[in-house]
Design a protein around this ligand. Sequence first.
Ligand code: URA
Length: 239
Amino acid sequence: MAKTMRVDKLLGHTGWGTRRELKELCKGGHVTINGAVCRDSSQKVDPAADVIAVDGQAVSYEEHIYLMLYKPAGVVSATEDNVSPTVIGLLPRQYQGAGLFPVGRLDKDTTGLLLITNDGTWAHGITSPKQHMDKIYDAGVEGDIPADLGERFAAGIVLDDGLHCLPAQAVQTGPQSLTVVVQEGKFHQVKRMCAAVGLKVVRLHRRSIGSVVLDARLEPGQFRPLTVAEREALKGRSR
Ligand code: URA
């Protein structure tokens, strides 16, 4: 059976405006469905079969969106925030009505790869620790890096509140820098794991999630859609 939806929902999802604006757009005769003017914004359409256009420009609709963002420092991994700019706010208007959310969280001061989607099932497959998906971070630290750092991370760090982390990897990469690989996403996980071995994280950057690596062509604040291969690679691990 065809999956139908209201034309204002479809247009909102593709960035054509709020429900109120779309009502006016329809009333004004700007919207057509299969060539016929649609003045009723509640009219149902089948996105797979109907051709919807605004002022003659065909609207392309995809139910699910998958993006990679180079998260800059200073923005929060949230859809809304009263105080700070959000990662969703970095995206252009066409994405604002699409129900997008960040897949997991990076702290406000953490930079690097953040996935953004509106596909809850796909997102869950990535964030669930049961999937054992590696997340690789580069960290700048203060303090003396212990000689047995790798062994302690591999044994499973116990956090300050008694929480046991899954075995992880940590390798010293410079006088005050590490690469850390974790498969979970507990609150402030890398910072707290480092604190448990006497290190203060002063810089944190996520390089990759599973096989998906932050695109080197992106600057902080920039994004691009995931390729089908990237999307499927994360899904392949998740189901
Ligand atoms: N671990 C942290 O401590 N912070 C992040 O932003 C991500 C992982």
